[in-house]
Design a protein around this ligand. Structure first.
Ligand SMILES: [Zn+2]
Length: 178
């Protein structure tokens, strides 16, 4: 039973090991997500924390930076590695408003990030529980401790509002053209 692929009917597994400070840091990631929306980017925000101190904060920026790898997680990993002057980030926790994709989980593994806290699952491309189980399946030499969903409604609302506004704007443009 455990070897069968996860079907869409299987409930999303929760990682409910939430600690006291998780909501506080996720709220800061949400601010970064909202700032990102204002720039026309898909609103995903992230923060990197070490010993309960903020190391870096950033938002999804592939359009603005002309960089397909500039997801929020990569932005905070790059900034954090530069600030800590180390290509490894042991003892850090990465908070992100949306479950990471395969690229971002890959970057977290390379960076040796200790813990990931995500806001809302991504059923289409989430790589820690939804589509894949990278970093938690024990197949690699580093595993990431996972916590989430945290502030799921707030994190998913930011995305839903963004896409709803985009659809409305698109509808207006189409109607004007007719
Ligand atoms: Zn990503």
């Amino acid at each position: 039973m455990t070897d069968t692929p996860r079907s869409t009917n299987t409930p999303f597994p929760s990682h409910n090991n939430i600690v006291k400070e998780d909501k506080k840091w996720m709220r800061i990631a949400l601010i970064a997500a909202r700032e990102t929306a204002a720039k026309g980017e898909v609103p995903v925000g992230a923060v990197l924390v070490k010993e309960n101190k903020l190391i870096s904060r950033g938002g999804n920026s592939p359009i603005g930076l002309h960089d397909p790898t500039a997801h929020a997680e990569i932005v905070v990993i790059r900034a954090g590695a530069s600030i800590l002057n180390n290509y490894r980030l042991p003892g850090t926790t990465l908070y992100v408003t949306l479950e990471p994709c395969i690229m971002c989980v890959g970057a977290m593994l390379h960076a040796r990030i200790n813990r990931l806290v995500y806001g809302t699952p991504d059923p289409k491309s989430g790589a820690i529980s939804s589509v894949y189980n990278i970093g938690t399946d024990g197949l690699l030499n580093h595993n990431i401790k996972i916590t989430g969903p945290v502030l799921e409604n707030e994190c998913s609302s930011v995305l839903k509002n963004f896409f709803s506004k985009k659809r409305k704007a698109l509808k207006c443009i189409k109607e004007e053209k007719i």
